[in-house]
Design a protein around this ligand. Structure first.
Ligand SMILES: Cc1ncc(COP(=O)(O)O)c(C=O)c1O
Length: 305
C-alpha cells in the first residue's frame, strides 16, 4: 500500500513539495521516538464545504503532549490550526486525514533531548476509514493482546508520542497474525485499556461504559464526542474500570478513534458478541451525520476550512 501523494507538506512554516519533505538520517526523533503527533480528519459536509472535526481540541492535545515532553514548537495553537487549514487548501482537498507532528530534529544525539531543535510538519492525505468499510458495517473481531499497556508511570499513555506506538505495533502485529482485526490492551493490573489506536466502549443493560483515563488510555477526542452523543440521546454513560470478562459479557462492544471512527466489535477472543447492536449503530450514525454537517446542534465541532 502506498500513500496517496498530494502536492504539499507544511514544514516549519513553509509549504514544501511532497517529494522534498525530507529529514536527515540523524534526526533525533528517528533514533529515540522523540516526537508528538495528532491524527485528525477533515470531512466534506452536506453543503459542499470542508470541515475539520474538533481541530482546535486536537491541536490543544498536541500542545499538551509537546509540553509534557518539554518541547516548544514556537507556535501557538491558533497558528497551528491556521497552518492545518492552509495545508488542506493548498492541496485542494475536500476531505482528508491530517497528521501534524512536532519532533526533535537534527543537530545533537543522546538521550537528553533538550539541546535538540524542535521542528514541526503537517501532512495531509486521503485515507479511507482505517479498519475498512466492512468493519464499520459488520464490526471486527478483536483479541486481547499478550502485550500489556504501558503503565501510567512508564511512557505515559496520555501523551501521544511517536515512540509510544512501538507497543501498539507489537499488539497490532500479534492480533493480525492471530486473525483478529484489532488488539485490546490490558494494563499490568489486568484492567481493560484500549485498542492500538482506538478507545474502547462496552454496552451492558443499556449503559455505556468506557475505561477512565487513570487506567492508562489516551484521552480520545472521538471518545469524548461519543460520550456526549450518548448522553444527549439519554443513554447513561460511565467511566469505570473494566476487566477481560466484561468484554465477553457485554451486549455490545465498539471502538472509537479518528482513524477508525466508530467501529463495532463483533467478537472478542473468539467469543461472539453478535451483530452491531442498537446503541452502537445509533451512536455511529449520529457521529457520521455530525461530521457531515447534518446535525446543527453539533456544528461547533466542525471547523470550516
Ligand atoms: C492509543 C490510542 N487510543 C485512542 C485513540 C483515539 O483518539 P482520538 O479519538 O482522539 O483519535 C488513538 C488515536 O489517536 C490512539 O492512538
Amino acid at each position: 500500500m502506498s500513500l496517496p501523494e498530494v502536492d504539499y507538506i507544511w514544514m516549519d512554516g513553509q509549504l514544501v513539495a511532497w517529494a522534498d519533505a525530507k529529514v536527515h538520517v540523524l534526526t533525533h526523533a528517528l533514533h529515540y521516538g522523540s516526537g508528538v503527533f495528532e491524527g485528525i480528519r477533515c470531512y466534506e459536509t452536506a453543503d459542499g464545504t470542508s470541515a475539520v472535526f474538533r481541530l482546535t481540541e486536537h491541536m490543544q492535545r498536541l500542545e499538551r503532549s509537546a509540553r509534557m515532553l518539554m518541547m516548544d514548537p514556537g507556535r501557538d495553537v491558533a497558528t497551528l490550526v491556521e497552518a492545518v487549514k492552509e495545508t488542506i487548501r493548498a492541496n485542494k482537498l475536500k476531505f482528508c486525514y491530517i497528521r501534524p507532528l512536532i519532533y526533535r530534529g537534527y543537530g545533537v544525539m543522546g538521550l537528553d533531548p533538550l539541546p535538540a531543535p524542535v521542528n514541526t510538519f503537517i501532512a495531509v492525505w486521503q485515507w479511507d476509514t482505517y479498519l475498512g468499510q466492512d468493519a464499520l458495517k459488520h464490526g471486527v473481531a478483536a483479541g486481547v493482546s499478550s502485550w500489556r499497556q504501558r503503565g501510567i508511570n512508564s511512557t505515559p499513555p496520555a501523551v501521544k508520542a511517536t515512540g509510544q506506538y512501538i507497543n501498539s505495533s507489537l499488539a497490532r502485529m500479534e492480533a493480525n497474525k492471530h486473525g483478529y482485526a484489532e488488539a485490546i490492551l490490558l494494563n499490568e493490573e489486568g484492567k481493560v485499556c484500549e485498542g492500538t489506536g482506538e478507545n474502547l466502549f462496552v454496552v451492558r443493560n443499556g449503559v455505556v461504559v468506557t475505561p477512565p483515563v487513570s487506567d492508562g488510555i489516551l484521552e480520545g477526542i472521538t471518545r469524548d464526542s461519543v460520550m456526549q452523543i450518548a448522553r444527549d440521546k439519554g443513554i447513561e454513560v460511565r467511566e469505570a474500570s473494566l476487566v477481560r470478562t466484561d468484554l465477553y459479557a457485554a451486549d455490545e462492544v465498539f471502538m472509537t478513534g479518528t482513524a477508525a471512527e466508530v467501529v463495532p466489535v463483533h467478537s472478542v477472543d473468539g467469543r461472539d458478541i453478535g451483530d452491531p447492536g442498537p446503541v452502537t449503530l445509533g451512536i455511529q450514525s449520529t457521529f457520521f451525520r455530525i461530521v457531515r454537517g447534518e446535525e446543527p446542534a453539533y456544528d461547533a465541532w466542525l471547523e470550516r476550512v
